[in-house]
Ligand binder design. Structure first.
Ligand SMILES: C=CC1=C(C)c2cc3[nH]c(cc4nc(cc5[nH]c(cc1n2)c(C)c5CCC(=O)O)C(CCC(=O)O)=C4C)c(C)c3C=C
Ligand code: FE2
Ligand code: FE2
Length: 344
């Protein structure tokens, strides 16, 4: 029986108040996040993590002091393992988690995967849209950590996978129905932002976010007033716009409420539970953007887990090693800094 290890990548989050600063330090010392030489990056990372700690701790305190990202990801891993067993009973599939900036880090997971002694390894980012700051960073981190057996394939991205779009569409329909299908709503597809210069240098993330939005709208059918916007800006650089904050203000000015859809996050965590549900809800109240509604992140929704299983099995069935997207997608040339064009 073939032994298949699926390794899920995500960002990781602090598991208690004392982990907030070292988590932030790990994040800001990553050259994929701050592209300066190590001699400058390390002191800068120490300074940013020290100065950001108080605000970040206050945000994590709203969720009980820790990030829910790991338990959410563990639930997805269990659901995916069950789905793989159902879809491919002739394969012994085990699902592992490697976080980029907090536990379980790649080194710990690499040991567990090596002990499983897989024939095949599929690296499956829980980032449907590829970015040099997320997927590429995790893939590189994993390659440096893993020395065990098995042939490796990577799913670089799946922004337009049918199951992903369907999962978002079903959650949107449910949220609309629960709110009594109000007529004066704008759908705000809110994605984690990126510095504009990262995108200008060829990062495909924005193009893939926009492709995901088109796929979700096609799955919904019909006409919807909608906008793509970007949240979670950090630091002094210019980031992608419009910001989610500005989009909420614009919706109010246009006499609309907002239905916010976290289009680039697959689980609920600080960026949805605090930023969207507290900070931007307050903005909506202040400017009279009513109703202000938020669609839950994908979590273990069956269409999404089904898409992950298909992506993993599709990758495991590919010849050779290397990276490829899952679903109908190829990054456009001007945004081609992606493994699907061999330019990660
Ligand atoms: C879509 C996925 C993500 C992209 C792209 C991304 C880029 C990116 N992030 C930062 C800085 C921070 N991100 C933080 C939290 C965070 N980011 C993502 C995902 C993406 N980041 C997730 C899932 C989370 C949540 C982690 C958790 O605790 O559960 C944080 C920490 C929170 C805070 O202090 O605001 C920072 C900082 C940069 C700079 C960046 C691209 C350059
Ligand atoms: Fe982030
Ligand atoms: Fe790509």
């Amino acid at each position: 029986m073939t032994r298949l290890a699926v390794v899920l990548f995500n960002l990781g989050g602090p598991d208690g108040p004392e982990a907030v600063r070292p988590f932030l330090f790990n994040l800001f010392r990553d050259p994929a996040i701050i592209g300066l030489p190590a001699v400058l990056r390390y002191p800068l990372a120490a300074w940013i993590s020290r100065t950001r700690e108080k605000l970040a701790k206050a945000n994590y305190a709203i969720m009980g002091g820790a990030s829910p990202l790991l338990p959410e990801t563990q639930a997805q891993a269990r659901a995916l393992e069950a789905e793989l067993t159902a879809k491919a009973p002739d394969i012994e599939a085990r699902v592992f988690i490697a976080m980029r900036y907090w536990k379980p880090l790649a080194a710990e997971t690499a040991e567990a995967v090596a002990a499983f002694a897989p024939d095949e390894i599929v690296l499956l980012p829980l980032y449907p849209q590829y970015s040099t700051t997320t997927t590429a960073s995790s893939v590189k981190d994993w390659a440096a950590a893993y020395e065990g057996p098995g042939r490796t394939r990577t799913v670089c991205c799946y922004p337009t996978a049918q199951g992903l779009a369907a999962a978002h569409a079903r959650l949107i329909e449910r949220a609309l129905e629960a709110a009594g299908s109000p007529r004066n709503l704008r759908l705000l597809f809110s994605a984690h932002g990126l510095p504009k210069k990262v995108v200008d240098a060829g990062d495909p993330y924005q193009a893939q976010v926009e492709a995901s939005v088109r796929a979700v709208l096609a799955e919904l059918g019909g006409e919807f007033d909608h906008q793509v916007c970007y949240q979670s800006r950090v630091g002094p650089l210019e980031w992608l716009g419009p910001s989610t904050d500005a989009a909420i203000r614009q919706a109010a000015a246009d006499g609309k409420g907002a239905l916010v859809i976290p289009i680039a996050f697959v689980s609920d965590h600080v960026e949805t539970l605090v930023e969207l549900d507290h900070e931007y809800a307050a903005v909506a109240r202040e400017v009279g953007c009513t109703p202000y509604l938020r669609v839950p992140a994908l979590g273990t929704s069956p269409d999404f887990i089904g898409a992950l299983a298909e992506a993993a099995l599709d990758a495991a069935g590919r010849d050779g090693e290397g990276a490829a997207p899952f679903g109908p997608w190829l990054c456009p040339a001007q945004h081609g800094k992606c493994a699907c064009r061999g330019r990660a």
